[in-house]
Design a protein around this ligand. Sequence first.
Ligand code: PLP
Length: 378
Amino acid sequence: MRVYFDNAATTPIDPEVLREMYKVMENQYGNPSSIHSHGREARALIEKSRKTIANLLHTSPSELFFTSGGTEADNTAIRCGIIDNGIKHAISSRVEHHAVIHTLEAMQKAGIIKLSFVDVDRKGNVDYNHLEELLKSNERSFVSLMHANNELGTINDIERIGELCEKYNSIFHSDTVQTMGHYQHDLSKLKVHFMVCSAHKLHGPKGIGFLHVNHRVKIKPFIYGGAQERNMRGGTENVHGIVGLAKALEIAYANMEEHHKHIQGLKTYMIDQLRENVQGIDFNGEVHPDKSLYTVLNVSFPCNEMADMLLFNLDIAGISASGGSACSSGTDIGSHVLNAIGGDSSRPSVRFSFSKYSTKNEVDYTVAKLKELCLVSA
Ligand code: PLP
């Protein structure tokens, strides 16, 4: 049996998305910047896709810019949001994705900003009082806090963070890569300036995503070249990718409730089965359905093998998952997220992440393998 429980890393492409993309690659191959009919057809597809996404998110198409994915969108929001608005202080947390942390650290190193990290508790929750203190004691900050953590699943209250940022006249960027297409986002109400999406996390293609830039914040062009993306991002557009992204988001929104229920059911079942069958396990991050992504379950095991060995053995059994231990030696290994929440470095941790294609049979097979592996190594 082969089991794919690494959907927070990437998801299999939906066949319906694939069919749409294939049609575009075969037929609408014109350059969207060309003014002839082939070009105009491709351009129309891009704008139709932008409109579809804008309608789903309750925003204006003028606030959406297609990018090569989450990393580019995060980098752009952070660099342009800070530099183009003359911001000197940024607030983030140590459990953010490297697309955020490394960008901010590079800017700090270059002397562009002072960087503060807000405290997080042992489950990865932001300390909102500390966040307010940091906002209060600095003039105008750029705040970058993710909606949900890709390793732990813990969800931040981005409505509350948005309110706080507004109160202190600050700019708010949220890395929403793990929640776009999995939760509803109403951008007409949320007080967020920048949000991001990566299609391959929601059964769309790799190498395409978007950056949402609220009209209340201004940024300058971020890739110089042609006049694509309303002069903001030069470069011939990934037309089939954009069409695939819009289709994937459309499917996700049309079936969100059903998928949520199915996947949360599997996650809860796996939690129960693990508790029953594998002694001494613990969960990293929040597991309560209101506080945790329904797609992610991070488990720490009592097995005294190294984390890599556990993942390796799961791989041998045909189960793909990811994770790693907290850093035990001070060298640059292990998960920066588990280290930041004070994870136990002597125990291997594995992140299982599910999708609409995951099944109960796969959970049963995985739990049985884990039971076997932990007994052998105990
Ligand atoms: N942010 C988060 C929270 C992610 O999980 C990822 C992907 O793992 C990214 C950003 C980067 O997205 P992409 O793979 O599209 O560059």
